[in-house]
Write a protein that binds this ligand. Structure first.
Ligand code: NAD
Ligand code: 44H
Length: 395
């Protein structure tokens, strides 16, 4: 079996590549990053290190790598691949879909009919739909029909974390990457209609996938955002240190209660499944073996503050459920003050906040009215963070 991984970052060349290697699947990488391409060629091999369990480390070798714009490489790839994975960041799915669509069209023009399964591995609410739509936007109606008859576009939930080297564990190989000791990949099984489900260890093709992506994002990503944004303001570098911090821990506990009630009410998931989800998430973020930086978790706050993303999304659900999302609002307040200077989105957020004010951030980035209940809760959160002196500026 042969697989393509688009996006050779922590999840692509780390988590997904390890699962595939353990299934003896051949791997071809595609990425936009030219430096990464050079490293793939130069090193030929790298290690996926397993946090807290080195016995599970996997060496990835024998792969091929190509730049995403290499249409010659795509011409071969589309005909030989069985499964394509994406791990590029949800907001890049539209441009990626355009690239796949154009290359698929070129194959059809040559009389070929590529047939494969596409699996998105993104923290995104509707990744399979968004990718499929972007691909099909490049195709004529006739071509679209062929595509739909030969390609299944589905989505996975990535519950594992992929990180950079823990402090002091850096290696000479820049491709080496670190993953959590977690070996399950749930995939939306119902969306696979034209192929049989691949027989791969660790993959769970789930026909009741339902709201699993929303449940994961609004539980894991929401709670770790709370930990990271509050931790960042307190000057804490790593997730586990922030999650176990005596001042942050009670806010986290309150956050899980808000999240659980909101999701049971709005997603219709059972109380037991939600409780299990949040317990697993909490244990993971408090686990010192998983060394993850708060600035990685906080990256791209403009995306994370958007109306349906991990902060405003569950806060609105909580209000719908009749609950006051005080902890989530405090986390949102902290996110608004995430000013990590190496993150361009954080820099932009800071500029908007400083030049146009918090109300503009709330209206234009969070998509909520400045005098709404939620906006007022977030502004109360900002005041509380200033009182606590976690936000240190004078305004
Ligand atoms: N790291 C984690 O713990 C984790 C866990 C669960 C889900 N996710 C999700 O997995 C996805 C990947 O995250 P990551 O941590 O691996 O990010 P990353 O930044 O480490 O890697 C992303 C890679 O995608 C490449 N890329 C971006 N746009 C591309 C395009 N159009 N075509 C080809 N390559 C492109 C980048 O150059 C980069 O190498 C994201 O959606 C993220 O939210 C990450
Ligand atoms: O990848 P992002 O930027 O959408 O979010 C950062 C983290 O929340 C995320 O990578 C988690 O670590 C991951 O989703 C595992 O739960």
């Amino acid at each position: 079996m042969r697989a393509t991984i688009i996006g050779g970052g922590r999840i692509g060349r780390g988590f997904v590549a390890s699962l595939l290697k353990r299934n003896q699947v051949e791997i071809d990488f595609f990425d936009t990053n030219k430096q990464l391409m050079k490293e793939f060629e130069q090193y030929n091999s790298y290690t996926v290190h397993v946090l807290g369990n080195t016995e599970e480390n996997t060496v990835i070798d024998g792969y091929h790598s190509s730049h995403i714009d290499d249409s010659k490489a795509w011409a071969t790839e589309l005909n030989q691949t069985d499964i394509i994975f994406t791990a590029v960041g949800g907001k890049n799915l539209t441009s990626l879909g355009t690239t796949i669509g154009k290359n698929y069209q070129q194959a059809l023009a040559k009389g070929e009919i590529p047939s494969f399964i596409l699996i998105t591995c993104e923290n995104w609410m509707t990744p399979a739909d968004d990718l499929q739509q972007a691909i099909e936007s490049q195709l004529t109606n006739e071509e679209k029909e062929v595509f739909q008859n030969h390609v299944d576009v589905t989505q996975a939930v990535i519950r594992a974390s992929g990180t950079s080297a823990p402090p002091g564990k850096e290696t000479a190989n820049p491709l080496d990457t670190w993953v959590q000791d977690y070996w399950v990949l749930p995939v939306d099984g119902k969306r696979i209609q034209k192929h049989s489900k691949p027989d791969l260890r660790y993959f769970e093709f789930n026909d009741n996938f339902g709201e699993m992506l929303a449940q994961k994002i609004y539980t894991n990503n929401t709670s770790v955002a709370l930990i990271a944004y509050l931790g960042y303001l307190k000057g804490i570098s790593h997730v586990a240190d922030a999650a176990n911090d005596p001042e942050i821990e009670p806010i986290l506990e309150a956050g899980y209660q808000e999240i659980n009630q909101a999701l049971v009410y709005s997603l219709g998931v059972s109380q037991e499944s939600q409780l299990e989800f949040s317990r697993v998430a909490e244990a993971k973020y408090k686990d010192y073996a998983i060394v993850d930086e708060v600035v990685r978790i906080g990256r791209d706050p403009l995306r994370k503050l958007a109306v349906d993303d991990r902060l405003i999304g569950p806060a609105k659900m909580a209000l719908d459920a009749g609950i006051t999302p005080k902890a989530i609002s405090l986390a949102t307040a902290a996110a608004i003050y995430f000013d990590y200077s190496k993150d361009p989105a954080a820099e932009e957020l800071k500029k908007i906040r400083e030049t146009q004010g918090v109300d503009t951030v709330l209206e234009e980035i969070c998509g909520i009215a400045k005098d709404s209940i939620l906006a007022n809760l977030i502004k109360e959160g900002i005041s509380e963070l200033k009182e606590r002196q976690w936000i240190k500026e004078e305004d």
